[in-house]
Write a protein that binds this ligand. Structure first.
Ligand SMILES: *[C@@H]1O[C@H](CO)[C@@H](O)[C@H](O)[C@H]1NC(C)=O
Ligand SMILES: *[C@@H]1O[C@H](CO)[C@@H](O)[C@H](O)[C@H]1NC(C)=O
Length: 178
């Protein structure tokens, strides 16, 4: 761990101890394009500010896209113990966007992140529209108290049938207030 990260961690933990039960720090946020013909432009940025990490980014595609599938996994790492897979899910992304999922947790996640977007995206996704995410963060109060302190890796890929369009990865740390 670099000194900057370490001091950030210590600083964040200190501040956060007074305000909240958890700290979720994101060290790395990437969005990688797999279908270069589809994307006109994209970005992914993580900013560290006092006790929080903020995620921003945008995508712009060049044609209508429908029938999107989202595949996601999340692993937690607590060496020397073996990595633990928290979940593997495969969801109809367009159903999430178009409000067709009745699952309460998915609705809650969607509503939480939709507020950071410049529009409520619907399928089919539109060409030449700049879908922008601005300073999204994890609402610590939303998460259960169940997780032990750990580092985590969350992967999400977007695909149409078996064709991979893009994938993103979020690496971070989850710390519980003592
Ligand atoms: C972060 O710190 C600010 C004050 O510096 C506080 O208002 C806010 O609630 C804190 N957020 C969290 C998640 O602890
Ligand atoms: C899309 O919007 C973002 C955020 O405002 C901006 O940084 C980016 O340059 C825009 N991209 C295009 C291609 O318009």
């Amino acid at each position: 761990m670099s000194f900057r990260k370490l001091s950030l961690l210590v600083f964040s933990s200190l501040i956060n101890c007074f305000f909240s039960a958890h700290v979720v720090l994101v060290d790395r946020f990437t969005f990688i394009v797999d279908d270069h013909d589809l994307f006109l432009s994209q970005s992914a940025v993580v900013e560290q500010e006092s006790n929080r990490s903020y995620l921003s980014g945008h995508i712009m595609i060049n044609r209508l896209v429908n029938d999107l599938t989202l595949v996601s996994t999340m692993d937690i790492m607590r060496p020397p113990r073996p990595d633990m897979r928290l979940y593997t899910v495969k969801l109809n992304f367009c159903s999430i966007l178009n409000n067709a999922y009745k699952n309460k947790f998915i609705r809650m996640l969607y509503n939480n992140y939709a507020e950071f977007l410049n529009t409520k995206p619907k399928c089919p996704l539109k060409p030449n529209f700049n879908y922008t995410l601005t300073r999204a963060y994890v609402d610590e109060d939303m998460l259960p108290d169940l997780l032990p302190d750990c580092t985590f890796r969350m992967k999400i890929s977007f695909q149409q049938k078996s064709k991979l369009f893009a994938h993103m990865q979020i690496d971070g740390r989850w710390l519980t207030k003592r």
